[in-house]
Design a protein around this ligand. Structure first.
Ligand SMILES: Cc1cc2nc3c(=O)[nH]c(=O)nc-3n(C[C@H](O)[C@H](O)[C@H](O)COP(=O)(O)OP(=O)(O)OC[C@H]3O[C@@H](n4cnc5c(N)ncnc54)[C@H](O)[C@@H]3O)c2cc1C
Length: 491
């Protein structure tokens, strides 16, 4: 027991700010004299994973409380573009798209360099469509279109009708309210309490509210759904030092990682924590501005550098795109679309581009030359690049970079043309708490920690080294739903 605790303390300390966390690990043994709140299932975090778990646990007839450190629900899910991947014959076949659960599994495993747990990936992909139908049964609306989102690798991305993830959160929160779920807002989880230090059943958690400790007892289980650590520069740089000074696409108040570390201190295994994803974000050095997303519909955009040249196949994996941008001398590129490409983007992305004209994050020119001048690119070079790309569309072949024929469908022809800064910002952390297919948290011996469940970005093992775009919104709802249902049953 002592050795095990010492190991955990040193493992956590090596990964992050040692003193504070070591103290937390040492403190892990103490149980409160009394509990301030009692419930059956406690969900920590009110993003998509947390609210899906709360609804599912309440549907399983448990009393449910959701603990959220901020004053509002939604987490990063509220900000997200809302793309949800799954093979869906009803929507894909009329559009001539061939797909299957098996292809989705294969592409997810391949894209993550086979570092993901194949059993979890199977659940992720098999449960995609039933979970989409579950969300629809709760009132969630999706557009009839199917896209290939940035880094998605196949046209199976469903676009939520309500922009920026708000649709998921509104629907799930409304259902929580109908089912009588309690919300403990402005309450930050600090540590997990087990029967006997790092052994035995999880009894509940200690949290901080208004500067005071409160203790919450969860008779059937605690579901960790507190998101990732993309907004914690020290923690992410401990795993990947290149990422210390980058911007993040996340809400800086949400993705701070302390719940993952508290799980580790309570005996949970962490996996894949140095797999950290970047996505287009603000230009380097800009701390304020409007993040641009004209890259969302992959077949419609090209990526160019400050010299007006393409430098990567735009339909590549996200880690390939990240490394290509980080290898540019300026560490940013520009996303270019024409008028039709602009119109094909989700409304929220269009609005961000329009607002970005005021803040200098985006550019618009009636002609390509006009656009190039605004971006301080040689107009002749940009014209040559677009002409060469349009020829690739004619030939259905991209000899220089290898963009796939299915993504060579639309030329850039019609003004006005739009350009948007696109640097790399830390976006998603693929590693975290290790779970099994029932979303139960596993310890260092791969044994289930009784009473502890986890779902969403706080977990690891689902995406491997590189997450497929559109697979996270899938992940949080699939595993949130599973975690909630199993916690309610005490499985
Ligand atoms: C801009 C953006 C666009 C994206 N677009 C897409 C997309 O289109 N498709 C896709 O698949 N993925 C997308 N992603 C990724 C995806 O949105 C996230 O991975 C996912 O929403 C995470 O959900 P979650 O429920 O795990 O965490 P979150 O939604 O981040 O929720 C976690 C919650 O836990 C709370 N919390 C944290 N610590 C504590 C604590 N100690 N105590 C109490 N509460 C705590 C946080 O405040 C937060 O409310 C996007 C991400 C971003 C940032």
């Amino acid at each position: 027991m002592t050795n095990r605790r010492q190991f955990l303390q040193s493992a956590v300390a090596a990964g992050f700010a040692g003193a504070a966390i070591s103290a937390q690990a040492a403190d892990v043994c103490s149980k409160p004299a009394k509990w301030d709140v009692e419930t059956d299932v406690l969900v920590v975090g009110s993003g998509g994973a947390g609210l899906a778990a709360a609804v599912s646990a309440a549907q399983g007839k448990a009393r449910v409380a959701v603990m959220e450190k901020l004053a509002f629900v939604g987490g990063n899910t509220m900000l997200c573009s809302g793309y949800y991947n799954c093979a869906d014959p009803e929507r894909q076949q009329p559009l001539g798209i061939k797909d299957s659960v098996e292809l989705h599994i294969k592409q997810t495993l391949d894209a993550g360099d086979n570092r993901a747990d194949p059993k979890l990936v199977r659940i992720l992909c098999e449960q995609g469509l039933p979970t989409l139908h579950w969300l629809e049964s709760l009132g969630m609306k999706f557009d009839s279109r199917i896209d290939q989102a940035y880094g998605a690798l196949h046209p199976r991305s469903h676009l939520a009708s309500k922009a920026k993830g708000a649709g998921y959160i509104e629907v799930l929160k409304k259902k929580c309210d109908e089912l009588g779920v309690t919300f403990l807002m402005n309450t930050k989880m600090k540590r997990i309490i087990r029967e006997n230090g790092q052994e035995g059943r999880v009894l509940g958690v200690e949290a901080v509210k208004d500067g005071k400790s409160i203790f919450v007892r969860a008779a059937r289980g605690v579901v960790l759904a507190a998101g990732g650590y993309a907004a914690n520069p020290q923690l992410r740089a401990a795993y990947d030092p290149r990422l210390l000074t980058l911007n993040t696409t996340n809400n800086p108040a949400c993705s701070t990682g302390e719940v993952m570390l508290a799980a580790n201190a309570a005996g949970a295994m962490l996996i894949g924590t140095d797999y950290i994803q970047c996505n287009p974000g603000l230009a380097p050095g800009r701390t304020k501005g409007i993040r641009q997303s004209l890259h969302l519909v992959v077949e419609r955009y090209i990526y160019v550098d400050q010299r007006g040249k393409r430098f990567v196949a735009e339909d590549q994996r996200r880690d390939v795109l990240r490394d290509a941008v980080l290898n540019l001398p300026e560490k940013y590129g520009y996303v270019i679309v024409d008028a039709d490409g602009f119109a094909a983007n989700p409304k929220a992305a269009q609005n961000d581009a329009i607002r970005g004209l005021e803040t200098g994050d985006s550019f618009k020119g009636e002609t390509l030359a006009d656009l190039a001048r605004q971006m301080k690119i040689d107009p002749k070079a940009l014209q040559e690049t677009v002409d060469a790309f349009n020829k690739c569309v004619d030939d259905k072949k991209d000899p220089q970079f290898g963009r796939k024929p299915a993504m060579l469908t639309h030329k850039l022809l019609k003004g006005p043309f739009w350009g948007a800064y696109s640097a790399m910002a830390v976006h998603h952390t693929m590693g975290g708490v290790r779970i099994d297919t029932k979303a139960r948290v596993l310890d260092l011996d791969a044994k289930v920690i009784p009473g502890l469940y986890a779902a969403g970005e706080v977990t690891g093992g689902i995406h491997g080294s590189n997450r497929v775009g559109g697979n996270a919104v899938l992940d949080i709802h699939v595993f949130g739903r599973i975690a909630g249902a199993n916690a309610a049953q005490g499985v």
